[in-house]
Design a protein around this ligand. Structure first.
Ligand SMILES: Nc1nc2c(c(=O)[nH]1)N=C([C@H](O)[C@H](O)COP(=O)(O)OP(=O)(O)OP(=O)(O)O)CN2
Ligand SMILES: [Zn+2]
Length: 145
């Protein structure tokens, strides 16, 4: 089972939920500067999604753990990230499937789901490990005034 200490995100919500899961995916970074990563290769990504909120739903959930996993896992597992052209493309570096961009897009997908759910929950952090030695932490609200 995935067991790891993740960085804490500061917030004032009463509830904080975390969901760990993994997915296997291929990708390449479409830029020669990426070196060996410009060639198609694969990873088992390990993800931790952090959601905060004050209001539970009628089931007593902030959000169903399994829905958080499904949102990302069902979409990306055993796929090539570069083929998700609705999310990733080669026209700008902000849309290359780098760990940073994958983490940000995961946060956006989770937040869209939470917005539709309607109990004010918020995606606070994505921890995304691409290799045993490389990971990114993305916090949607960090850097805002
Ligand atoms: N800032 C980023 N740097 C790199 C990314 C990235 O997404 N963001 N991606 C890659 C490659 O895709 C690669 O899969 C990961 O690179 P790296 O950590 O160098 O992988 P190694 O397993 O070779 O690492 P070692 O610790 O040297 O074994 C590259 N950079
Ligand atoms: Zn890679």
């Amino acid at each position: 089972m995935i067991q790891q200490i993740y960085p804490c995100v500061p917030h004032h919500y009463r509830y904080e939920l975390n969901k760990d899961f993994q997915f296997a995916a291929a990708h390449y970074i479409p830029d020669e500067a990426a070196g060996k990563c410009a060639r198609l290769h694969g990873h088992t990504y390990f993800a931790n999604v952090t959601v905060g909120g004050d209001q539970l739903d009628e089931t007593g959930f902030l959000v169903n753990f399994s829905e958080i996993k499904k949102l990302i896992h069902d979409r990306f597992d055993h796929t090539s990230l570069n083929e998700h052209t609705d999310l990733f493309h080669e026209r700008s570096a902000e849309s290359y499937p780098t760990t940073e961009n994958v983490a940000r897009i995961m946060a956006e997908l989770v937040q869209q789901y939470l917005d539709n759910k309607g109990n004010g929950a918020e995606c606070l952090q994505i921890f995304l490990r691409e290799t045993p030695t490389s990971y990114v932490v993305y916090r949607p609200k960090a850097g805002r005034a």
